[in-house]
Design a binder for this molecule. Sequence first.
Ligand SMILES: Cc1cc2nc3c(=O)[nH]c(=O)nc-3n(C[C@H](O)[C@H](O)[C@H](O)COP(=O)(O)OP(=O)(O)OC[C@H]3O[C@@H](n4cnc5c(N)ncnc54)[C@H](O)[C@@H]3O)c2cc1C
Ligand SMILES: *[C@@H]1O[C@H](CO)[C@@H](O)[C@H](O)[C@H]1NC(C)=O
Ligand SMILES: *[C@@H]1O[C@H](CO)[C@@H](O)[C@H](O)[C@H]1NC(C)=O
Ligand SMILES: *[C@@H]1O[C@H](CO)[C@@H](O)[C@H](O)[C@H]1NC(C)=O
Ligand SMILES: *[C@@H]1O[C@H](CO)[C@@H](O)[C@H](O)[C@H]1NC(C)=O
Ligand SMILES: *[C@@H]1O[C@H](CO)[C@@H](O)[C@H](O)[C@H]1NC(C)=O
Ligand SMILES: *[C@@H]1O[C@H](CO)[C@@H](O)[C@H](O)[C@H]1NC(C)=O
Length: 576
Amino acid sequence: MYAKTPLLVAATLVLPFASALPLEDSTKPACRYLPVDAGWPSPRQWSAFNQSISGRLIVGKPLAESCHGDSFAASTCAPIREQYNLTDPYFPDPVNVMSPLFLRDSCSPYTDPSAPCTLGNLASYAVNVSRAEDVKAAVKFVKEKNIRLTIKNTGHDYLGRSTGKGSLALWTHNLKEISFTNYTSPQYTGPAIKIGAGVQAFEAYGAAYERGFRLTGGYCPTVGLAGGWVSGGGTGALASLYGLGADNTLEFEVVTTEGKQLVTSPTKNSDLFWALNGGGGGTYAVVISQTIKLHADGPVAGAELSFSNTGDDKAYWAAVEAWQKQLLVFDTIRGLNTFWGFTDKLFELYFSTLPDAEEAAIAAAFSPFIDTLKKLGVKYTYRTTSNPTYYEHFAQYTPGLPYGEYTTNNLLGGRLISRSAVRDNLPKLMAAFRNITTKNPTHPFRVNGIANNVTHARVGNTPSSNSVLPQWRDSLYWLNMDVYFDLDGPISVVDNLQKELNVNQDMLKALTPGGGSYVNEATYDNPAWKVDYWGANYAKLLAVKQKYDPSFSLYGPASVGSDHWKSDAEGRLCKA
Ligand SMILES: Cc1cc2nc3c(=O)[nH]c(=O)nc-3n(C[C@H](O)[C@H](O)[C@H](O)COP(=O)(O)OP(=O)(O)OC[C@H]3O[C@@H](n4cnc5c(N)ncnc54)[C@H](O)[C@@H]3O)c2cc1C
Ligand SMILES: *[C@@H]1O[C@H](CO)[C@@H](O)[C@H](O)[C@H]1NC(C)=O
Ligand SMILES: *[C@@H]1O[C@H](CO)[C@@H](O)[C@H](O)[C@H]1NC(C)=O
Ligand SMILES: *[C@@H]1O[C@H](CO)[C@@H](O)[C@H](O)[C@H]1NC(C)=O
Ligand SMILES: *[C@@H]1O[C@H](CO)[C@@H](O)[C@H](O)[C@H]1NC(C)=O
Ligand SMILES: *[C@@H]1O[C@H](CO)[C@@H](O)[C@H](O)[C@H]1NC(C)=O
Ligand SMILES: *[C@@H]1O[C@H](CO)[C@@H](O)[C@H](O)[C@H]1NC(C)=O
């Protein structure tokens, strides 16, 4: 049985010889409690905590609970089964997250009703956060009671950063306030939107659109802007004009794990502001709200294109290669952004965005590539569009709004592809793409790219403005690979595909020496996470974490400072 109150006596003996260790390390249990541990708070203690937060405590339950055991109810289970690979059931739920790797099969809607249904990696309780005071009470409670803390916004995160076994989750989804201001600071004077930490992209886009504005955000309409998206950097269709999400923050309101409520901006608590913009979600403090630059709306030109491999392998891959070269030209066109993907059978430009331009301008930009396709004899479909505003453009290319049709039965991994890799090493890159897309015919991997110029020259800031991985500024595009599978299959399929994904991620790494990855769409189990995801910023980010979260209460896989912890065999978070 696990030792619940380890080494209290030993600690006093050891202390004089271990003066380098902080006092709290030797007097507190080495592991956070799980519900099975004797140290876990009693029902009365949970109830008292619930009262202290006005009854906002929720018991964590697996989405598919009604598919099993005593809770079985066919009418509730059936819709869960149908929606289990959509984002829809996850983001409005206090503890369930989208990643099949972290959900595992602890409570699958596809197994027999007699199969076990447990919480697995999900949080045990959640606080339905409505104000900063709820967060202050929760961080105090988890410290006093030695409970693991997590922050769950939408649950999109594929690295498992928004979930944790036996944790108390701060569920920020209902922080939905949106307001508009004319913002004034030494760095920026102009329109701004202030959003609560639970606001999702589709809500912010819609609100800005109604006022004649637009803002940077992701492609997936249900991702939360102020949570994981911006703190990982945040890419989307307007990045080639306005920069990444992190380039557009004016300030954050936060609560620290020390219970302090702070405003952070380039002039207030600026080290924390720097870290929150690029240094990773769920690591430094709990964001309550974010204030973001708005931009005047106006016409947006668009394009979509696809071509398939109809048997002439040589022509198909020549066209994919020509696309890579074309991106070097697109890079120089202000505002032009492309989001595309291919397998060994089909290339699709899902959508291209050229803000503040007429259709003729995007057609002119694409015409050399269309000529190339004609020369290669590759059959294609192609169309350009024009919309009076950004949200209308977005809607044109994002079916199924407001939530869109993104599915969750996949894995993600990737690498930032530098301009020099495409310019100087294209044959090797193409060989890797062919390898990645062809070697597993049962579960073919797809290669996707989001190409935008986010150099400091384009974005209008400096290297010290935020903690976005510097390599991103030199990259031609963010490459992510994904692979789909059926959620009703064995979890071993997912684990094996994850291994293959890492092999692929390493293959691309070998072709981009000194490069890096976009943490939000990379893998959680990359041993080189420090250098690949945080690079030259790591030491400074760690110092910010030590300053604002000295107890390291905030933890997430591949997050700055996460090597302070490791999981034991039962999934307890223990001091490493
Ligand atoms: C289907 C899909 C589509 C995607 N599309 C895009 C895209 O177009 N562009 C893009 O850049 N990325 C995209 N992503 C990646 C996305 O940016 C990350 O998954 C991101 O972490 C999601 O942030 P969240 O707050 O919505 O999600 P969550 O999973 O709830 O949170 C993610 C991380 O942020 C932390 N966090 C959340 N809220 C707070 C808070 N208030 N304070 C402090 N920390 C917080 C969590 O603890 C966790 O570490 C996509 C992912 C998926 C699954
Ligand atoms: C917290 O209190 C509210 C209101 O009394 C109650 O509805 C809710 O079930 C309680 N939560 C837990 C986890 O007991
Ligand atoms: C998602 O699940 C539905 C029903 O369970 C299925 O029909 C569909 O093919 C799945 N989508 C993907 C992309 O696997
Ligand atoms: C969470 O709180 C909001 C109000 O802030 C309320 O509308 C909602 O019903 C609560 N959700 C749950 C699951 O308790
Ligand atoms: C910002 O200033 C403009 C121009 O003076 C004004 O029309 C607008 O109402 C102001 N917006 C807000 C939110 O105060
Ligand atoms: C992919 O690359 C690996 C490692 O170099 C090699 O073993 C494998 O045969 C390649 N497969 C294909 C289909 O190219
Ligand atoms: C990126 O954009 C900047 C500013 O528009 C431009 O000067 C530069 O040439 C573009 N491309 C590269 C590779 O920096």
